[in-house]
Design a protein around this ligand. Structure first.
Ligand code: FAD
Length: 480
């Protein structure tokens, strides 16, 4: 079912057969998708929450083809929706009003790996996992990592400024990009494929496109940073009593491991419960259940990751903030811990409707945020089931709420989406937080933005949009 979210009406004229033919000629008929069955996968996303419509999906193979598409689109005011792996969670990649989809998946070449500069030059449609593998083969490490890494693209990662599980140590997608090649709405190409760490020659244009969700231009290629491969990695699954204890363990871990603490994920008990029930082959990592869990990982440039994790756990037990813990005894066990973490969203889907939030607050405010949000949500919908999990080390919680086990249909529950959002967002904002930590705005949170963002910031954002895309053809109705 579609979410109860308003999508704006398009101000752009419908496509004539002549224009469809001209656009198709750019990519070749085989890569201009007009058949309804072939178009379908581009019009909805994995969770089946947003359904779009579009007469045409274009699959360009080069920057020159993207540029030619934008030139015609600009001449005829044809609205375009850039799309990568179609894994975005806020409806940004969906053509809600008959826009033409520009799928970047064919542009997937790794143009260069430069070991000496520690950079990789990749086309926007390259799959994140392929980039990770190529870095590994070159004896380097690309640390961006998220549940959708087998299907999301680097262009989508940069356009949403994705975070993921390594952000604690390595930063978000923005921190991993050195240069970008972008095709602007009028078809001009902004060639910024620089490998430079230092380049103070004026305004930082690259950073405008990162996190712009395809509203300012189409990213066609990027130079990303590569990092040294960790010599040792160790992972632990920890049982504890409260988010406050998890916060104490975070402080101990950071004191012991400093920059080599690469992940620190918090999971409520219900997360483990639904993963064990619905996930294939998922087992409880500890011998009994605890109210909360932490999945932590240390990645070291020396051979000391296991020793560091053991010291952290000893200190945690001594200080009383850990009840139980398991250290991964093998690569398989490490993979099993992470599989559990990544199974939470699909397992939650099996539990019926889920009202989702991707909030951030200052790290120290996480325990208070969870307590207050749980109370507010249950007051609004008795028996609703909060499923908080996420990147505690980054102050980022995916505060999802599953529908009550009985007494409410999925449709009735999801109809309360905005109401639940409102109370959860209000708590996050009061604590100095954000309504979108890593997934972006898209259409899902577009109407919330003016209420939560500084008025001047919104005006400046509108000015930037008007400058880059005066006709409003780049992903209209998203973000602003
Ligand atoms: P799409 O979904 O295709 O597009 C996303 C947005 O980027 C759209 O607005 C689109 O118009 C724009 N876009 C795409 N490509 C381009 C381009 N070349 N130029 C300009 N604009 C473009 N996100 C996190 O941050 N952290 C997580 O831990 C995380 N975990 C996830 C787990 C799962 C199971 C799933 C399904 C998603 C998760 N996400 C997470 C969401 C995340 O934003 C996306 O997975 C990913 O970054 C989007 O990449 P994509 O190629 O699929 O982009």
């Amino acid at each position: 079912m579609d979410l109860p979210i308003a999508t704006s009406k398009s101000a752009h004229p419908p496509l004539s057969p002549d224009l469809i033919a001209r656009l198709a000629a750019i990519v070749g008929d085989k890569y201009a998708v007009t058949d309804a069955d072939e178009r379908a996968p581009y019009l909805t996303e994995a969770r089946n929450l947003f359904h779009g419509r579009s007469p045409l999906v274009l699959r360009p193979a080069s920057t020159a083809e993207v540029s030619a598409i934008c030139r015609i689109a600009s001449e005829h005011r044809i609205a375009l929706v850039p799309q990568g792996g179609n894994t975005g969670l806020v409806g940004g990649q969906t053509p809600h009003n008959g826009e033409v989809v520009v799928s970047m998946r064919r542009m997937d070449r790794i143009r260069e790996v430069d070991i000496a500069s520690n950079t990789m030059t990749v086309e926007a449609g390259a799959i994140l996992q392929t980039i990770q593998r190529r870095a590994d083969e070159a004896g380097r490490f690309f640390p961006l990592s998220l549940g959708a890494e087998g299907s999301c693209t680097i262009g989508g990662n940069l356009s949403t400024n994705a975070g993921g599980t390594g952000a604690l140590a390595y930063g978000v997608a923005r921190d991993m990009a050195l240069g970008l090649e972008v095709v602007l709405a009028d078809g001009r190409t902004l060639n910024g494929l620089s490998k430079l760490k230092k380049d103070n020659t004026g305004y930082d244009l690259r950073n405008l496109f990162i996190g712009a969700e395809g509203t300012l231009g189409i990213i066609t290629a990027a130079v990303v940073k590569l990092f040294p491969k960790p010599r040792s990695v160790q992972t632990a699954f920890v049982g504890l009593r409260s988010p406050a204890d998890a916060l104490r363990l975070l402080a101990i871990s950071q004191a012991e491991a400093a920059g080599s603490l690469t992940s620190f994920e918090l999971l409520a008990d219900i997360c483990v419960d639904i993963c064990v029930r619905h996930g294939s082959g998922i087992r409880d990592p500890l011998t009994r259940r605890y109210p909360w869990y932490v999945l932590m990982e240390v990645s070291s440039s020396r051979d000391d990751a296991t020793a560091t994790v053991e010291t952290i756990l000893e200190r945690g037990i001594k200080s009383g903030c850990i009840d139980d813990a398991a250290i991964a005894a093998s690569l398989q066990q490490r993979a099993a811990f992470w599989k559990l973490r990544e199974t939470i969203p699909p397992a939650q889907k099996r539990e019926g409707g889920s009202i989702k939030h991707d909030i951030s607050v200052p790290v120290a405010a996480i325990p208070a945020f969870i307590t207050e949000a749980n109370a507010a949500v249950v007051k609004l919908i008795p028996d609703a089931r909060p499923v908080p999990f996420g990147h505690l080390g980054d102050g980022n919680i995916h505060y999802n709420v599953s529908q009550p086990v009985s007494g409410m249909t999925t449709q009735e529950f999801l109809a309360r989406w905005q109401e639940v959002n409102a109370v959860v967002f209000a708590i996050a904002l009061r604590m100095g937080g954000s309504i979108s930590a890593e997934h972006g705005i898209g259409v899902l949170k577009r109407d919330n933005l003016p209420g939560v963002k500084d008025k001047t910031a919104i005006e400046v954002m509108r000015g930037i949009k008007a400058l880059f895309d005066p006709l409003g053809i780049m992903n209209p109705g998203k973000v602003l």
